[in-house]
Design a protein around this ligand. Structure first.
Ligand SMILES: C[S@@+](CC[C@H](N)C(=O)[O-])C[C@H]1O[C@@H](n2cnc3c(N)ncnc32)[C@H](O)[C@@H]1O
Length: 242
């Protein structure tokens, strides 16, 4: 098992500010500028046709039938990564959840332009969606550049918490993968601290390059290109224990 830039990990293990999760809001704004007429039309017409249900069970294989595997992307922002992966992997079913309406509308534009049929979306909170999923229904979860909430008093708003880690483990199939990426050092420490103490998740890194080098199948996200963090992007790959 690799160690992640030693000192800061030790610091976070002794002073982790958020041992408990609450139903706190983990995202910022949910609406931006008024949508263009095309985006509004996509929200009104296309979204209902490919929406993840807002209530009840969310079974990926029932929502997108006959796919070889199923992936959830949490907080897809403008959808560039989600739609890029879906275009590359037509045999895979993708579920994307994002509370920012303008991001959802942007993703709808890309889905429409590319004619993608293997994506379902929800404008909402991924924690709610996971809570409605059956056990062991996903092959992969992407959590790419989550809101960092860098101030100590906001740390409980970070999406990665013990209860959410338990949900990741519950909804992943044995051997399924979780990818968490961030360019904020304190978030990397925080995420590693939380995820490593989940007994059902195994960190796959064995050397520094494993978290410093983008995975071969990674597509650069829009947020990642902004380089707003305080370190180079870090990628953590975890596996759901068999
Ligand atoms: C910093 S942005 C990164 C967006 C995108 N992943 C990227 O890399 O370009 C984080 C995104 O996560 C979303 N988010 C935060 N909490 C969420 C939650 N509980 N469920 C789903 N999305 C969430 C935010 O709305 C925001 O769009």
């Amino acid at each position: 098992m690799a160690d992640f830039h030693g000192k800061s990990l030790i610091w976070s293990m002794t002073s982790n500010p958020s041992p408990e999760a609450g139903p706190l809001r983990s995202f910022g704004r949910t609406k931006g500028r008024p949508l263009s007429p095309r985006k509004q039309a996509l929200v009104d017409d296309l979204l209902p046709r490919l929406s993840i249900p807002a209530e009840g069970v969310v079974d990926p294989s029932a929502l997108i039938a006959d796919k070889s595997d199923y992936i959830l992307e949490i907080g897809f922002g403008g959808g560039e990564h989600l739609t890029g992966q879906a275009a590359r992997n037509p045999a895979t079913g993708f579920l994307g959840v994002e509370p920012f309406l303008n991001g959802v509308a942007k993703a709808l534009g890309q889905i429409d332009d590319a004619g993608l049929t293997n994506i379902r979306l929800l404008e909402g909170d991924a924690r709610d969606v996971m809570a409605r999923m059956p056990d062991a229904c996903l092959d992969r979860i992407y959590l790419l550049f989550p809101d960092p909430w860098p101030k100590a008093r906001h740390a409980k708003r970070r999406l990665v918490q013990d209860d959410v880690a338990a949900e990741f483990a519950r909804v992943l199939k044995p051997g399924g993968r979780l990818r968490v990426a961030t360019d904020v050092k304190s978030y990397a420490d925080h995420a590693l601290f939380i995820l490593r103490r989940n007994p059902d998740l195994t960190w796959l890194a064995s050397k520094a390059d494993d978290w410093r080098t983008p995975p071969a199948d990674h597509l650069t996200t829009r947020y990642e290109t902004k380089k707003l963090g305080d370190c180079a992007p870090i990628f953590f790959e975890f596996e759901r224990r068999q």
